[in-house]
Ligand binder design. Structure first.
Ligand code: ARG
Length: 459
């Protein structure tokens, strides 16, 4: 029965079309290195409990090492006849060391094997993503050095709202990416529970030591229900969700900077190295990289849907549907990784167009809320203060002037609590000097936060 591991019960070979349809080697070959790591640990565990001898164990471990090196050099040929990476590695082992190799799969099923492989792979993937997020945070915090004194108009509904220090803006993204890192770290807790030893679904009658496997592979604990863990992919769904949220964060940022690069905004200029031209319009500098970061988030969001729909309605325990989990996972990981690799370059090189920003900074009544707060401090009820300032803004609009341009008598006519000191509350600079609540975008508070972030990222 060719090289099939289940040949015993069959008397007819698999239809070639079925082989092609059911294979996963075309995409799960990426698990080769972790599959070998897992198998080596499994062999060591088998030897520690006496299910194989120490000699057999070293033969298996060493041969697996060689197979791994060959795969890494691209010397292993993949064939759909061997279905997946697990079968490829095991049959290569058996081809080399015969009966000893035939012992490796003792007390193991591909079900607990592939779940373990995925967790090992994901553990590394999380480390990679965490490192990249850290780099991106550093790029943002570093902006605080050069652009420390710049004041930006803050927006809600994309309408001018209140001013904030530029540092507040850079750090806002650091916070988002910090949550992304914490989410991944939390996900890791559930990744670090060992499936190996669950075997197909029911565990095994052989006397294995799952804690030894966990120790060897660096898992924190051993899964306590074989039926559950042999088919559990919650950890993968969680991880893909974490990645999709990273993609969503990147997408919002990209969209913002695409807007900021327009002539209409003019807040940012991208370096030539991060823009592309047009084949017909000679003047164009297009933010394609940012557009693709925005666009690629669609794929990752799609991957979350894919894994959830894949898992929906699956009866316990393993079902072959699960083989498709890797497609969603690898796509999400590759996509988010690529975006995170390119993002710091843009984050640190995009040039803030301070002159353009400053030229219109006093437009849009960014000081209106602070004027309202001035009135509140004078004892005016908030709703009344809101109305007074609203009316003053309307008067400015008809006169085409700023709040600071209104003569004191007119201000006092609107509200007799207003005194000459009101001038210290108007204008963008006064506002950023007065914003003082914890976590606000004011000058002093932001300077403190920049220090906190520098220390946190050891910059
Ligand atoms: N290639 C399979 C997968 O990725 C491995 C597990 C196969 N298990 C089975 N019972 N057929 O899910």
């Amino acid at each position: 029965m060719s090289g099939k591991a289940w040949g015993g019960v069959f008397d007819q070979p698999t239809d070639a079309r079925v082989e092609k349809f059911t294979e996963s080697i075309s995409f799960d070959h990426r698990l080769a290195a972790v599959d070998i790591r897992g198998s080596q640990a499994h062999a060591r565990m088998l030897s520690s409990v006496g299910l194989i001898s120490a000699e057999e164990c070293s033969q298996i471990v060493e041969t697996l090492e060689k197979i791994g090196a060959e795969i890494e050099r691209g010397q292993m040929e993949w064939t759909t006849e061997l279905e997946d990476i697990h079968m490829h590695i095991e049959s290569s082992l058996i081809a080399r060391i015969g009966d000893v190799g035939r012992k490796l799969h003792t007390a193991r099923s591909r079900n607990d094997q592939v779940a373990t492989d995925l967790k090992l792979y994901l553990r590394d993937a999380i480390k990679v993503l965490d490192g990249l997020l850290h780099e991106l945070q550093k790029a943002f915090v570093d902006r605080c050095r050069t652009d420390a004194d710049v004041v930006l108009p803050g927006f809600t509904h994309l309408q001018r709202a209140q001013p904030v220090m530029a540092g507040h803006y850079w750090l806002a993204y650091c916070e988002k990416f910090q949550r992304d890192r914490e989410r991944l770290a939390d996900c890791l807790k559930r990744v670090n529970i060992l499936p190996l030893g669950a075997a197909a679904l029911a565990g095994t009658s052989l006397r294995i030591d799952r804690w030894e496997s966990a120790r060897l592979l660096g898992f924190d604990d051993v899964a306590a229900n074989s039926l559950d863990v042999s088919s559990d992919r919650d950890f993968l769904a969680e991880a893909i969700f974490c990645m999709s949220l990273i993609a969503v964060h990147l997408s919002g940022w990209a969209e913002e900077w695409i807007l900021w690069c327009t002539t209409e905004f003019g807040f940012l200029k991208l370096p030539d190295t991060y823009t592309t031209g047009s084949s017909i319009m000679p003047q164009k500098r297009n933010p394609d990289v940012l557009e693709l970061i925005r666009g690629k988030s669609a794929r990752v969001i799609g991957d979350v849907q894919q894994i959830l729909v894949l898992l929906k309605g699956l009866p316990l325990a393993y079902n072959r549907d699960l083989q498709e989990d890797k497609l969603a996972f690898f796509d999400a990981f590759d996509t988010v990784r690529a975006c995170l690799e390119i993002a710091p370059g843009i984050a640190s090189r995009a040039m803030l167009q301070v002159e353009t920003i400053n030229a219109r900074l006093e437009e849009g009544f960014l000081d209106a809320t602070t004027l309202m707060e001035y009135l509140i401090n004078k004892g005016v009820p908030m709703r009344t203060a809101h109305e007074v300032v609203g009316k003053l803004v309307r008067s400015c609009e008809s006169k085409k002037c700023r709040l600071v341009d209104l003569p004191l008598p007119e201000l006092q006519q609107a509200c007799n609590q207003i005194q000459a000191d009101v001038s210290e509350f108007l204008g963008v600079e006064n506002v950023v000097c007065r914003l003082s609540s914890f976590g606000c975008g004011g000058r002093l508070a932001v300077a403190e936060r920049v220090t906190v972030w520098r220390e946190r990222l050891s910059l």
